[in-house]
Design a protein around this ligand. Structure first.
Ligand SMILES: [Zn+2]
Length: 167
């Protein structure tokens, strides 16, 4: 089932539970069904993480990502807990698979990676909804995530714990 399908199912199951009388057998049953659905969703998410990690590890010798522990991942407080939990799980799976395959995973400080121009270094804070990166200093135009990715990779090359081994 698709993520969207699960979301609909989840909403239905939650609605069903809310209509049952607390403590009744039907309530307990609805609660079990809801818990089962949550487990299914968690499993599906884990499978997805494994798949993506496998793909990355097969394809790249070195994988660089922002360090989760430095200032948290989310650049907005939006759904922070859930997002970070999912991301942390993914990074764990990635690290494990990479180690198994002899690949290198490098974490870098996420500070300013989405603010700095990857071409000229001009720093500007942008609200999260701005998906395009335009540099007022040198005119570079990139997708926000691409600009951040270039910065993250560049950081991996320069940080002491980084990349001597990238070359
Ligand atoms: Zn620039």
């Amino acid at each position: 089932m698709s993520i969207k399908g699960y979301q609909t199912k989840l909403a239905e199951a939650q609605g069903k539970l809310s209509r049952k009388k607390k403590g009744s057998n039907r309530y307990k049953k609805a609660k079990r069904q809801l818990a089962k659905l949550h487990r299914k969703i968690a499993n599906q998410r884990r499978d997805f993480h494994h798949k993506v990690a496998r793909k990355l590890v097969n394809r790249y010798g070195v994988i660089v990502h922002e360090d989760l522990n430095i200032n948290g991942l989310s650049r907005s407080p939006l759904a922070k807990g859930v997002l970070d939990a999912g991301w942390a799980q993914f990074l764990q799976i990635l690290a494990y698979k990479a180690a198994e395959a002899g690949r290198r995973v490098i974490k870098v400080d996420p500070k300013y990676t989405s603010q700095d121009c990857p071409v000229c270094g001009y720093r500007e804070k942008r609200p999260l909804w701005v998906r395009e990166f335009t540099c007022p200093s040198c005119g570079t135009l990139l997708h926000r995530d691409v600009a951040a990715a270039v910065n993250i990779l560049a950081r991996a090359r320069t940080e002491p714990a980084g990349i001597g081994a990238l070359t």
